[in-house]
Design a protein around this ligand. Structure first.
Ligand code: DX5
Ligand code: ZN
Length: 218
């Protein structure tokens, strides 16, 4: 089965946001990946609700919102109202992850957990049944265009085995440094969703690059 390609809007040209959204709408991408950064959990500030508005209005595909913020519980309902379909919080930012994921589902969204590169997948054992998606960070979160961390292949395989053993259908998403060189290897390792920022938006023909990424996963 082919993977879902999720272009990261963080790398888009905000000066022509509607065109970028339209390009993704008309491409073979499956999801929009939306990176929200607070300058506290990660050393960068990106955007928040003002960007959700045009996305909710114009995007015709799943809005996959990745919260790189502390205390995400405060904003679960606001993101549901803003149109998020998938809401991913960081394992490292949640003291009461069970409560947080339950609340995301209660608000009608799919619940995701992201792991920083240093966080082992084994820590998810008791929470996996509440995860619709696990996002494995393959760079340290905060910026687009960073180098892919190779250990991600091992983490993906280990997580896939845990999901299969538990009889679950949790999706594995890979976020950071995804390229035409590693897309196939990641899918073979068990990835279901590939986030791609720089690879898509820095390419000459972003829509074609999305198709190329997708074809590599078939
Ligand atoms: C990193 C973000 C990623 C980022 C990916 O903190 O979570 O989603 O936009 O960008 P690339 O694909 O350029 O590494
Ligand atoms: Zn992300």
């Amino acid at each position: 089965m082919s993977a879902i390609i999720a272009p990261s809007i963080l790398s888009a040209n905000f000066g022509k946001l509607y065109e970028e959204i339209e390009m993704i709408n008309n491409s073979e991408a499956g999801w929009f990946h939306v990176d929200v950064m607070d300058g506290v959990f990660v050393p960068n500030i990106s955007f928040g609700f003002p960007l959700m508005k045009p996305l909710k209005e114009k995007a015709t595909k799943t809005l996959d919102v990745h919260l790189m913020i502390v205390d995400p519980d405060r904003y679960i309902k606001t993101f549901a109202d803003a149109g998020a379909h998938v809401l991913t919080v960081h394992y490292e930012a949640c003291t009461h992850l069970h409560r947080t994921l339950s609340e995301i589902r209660n608000q009608g969204m799919l619940a995701g957990v992201a792991l920083n590169p240093h966080t082992p997948v084994s820590l998810l054992k008791d929470i996996l049944p509440l995860c619709d998606l696990v996002c494995l960070m393959s760079v340290n979160p905060g910026f687009g265009g960073q180098k892919f961390i190779e250990n991600t292949y091992n983490k993906t395989k280990e997580l896939k085995a845990m999901i299969v053993a538990a009889g679950l259908s949790t999706k594995i998403e890979i976020d950071g440094g995804v390229s035409l060189d590693n897309a196939k290897l990641l899918t073979d390792a068990g990835a279901d969703v590939l986030v791609a920022g720089n690879t898509v938006f820095a390419s000459e023909n972003p829509s074609e690059t999305i198709s190329k990424l997708l074809n590599l996963t078939k």
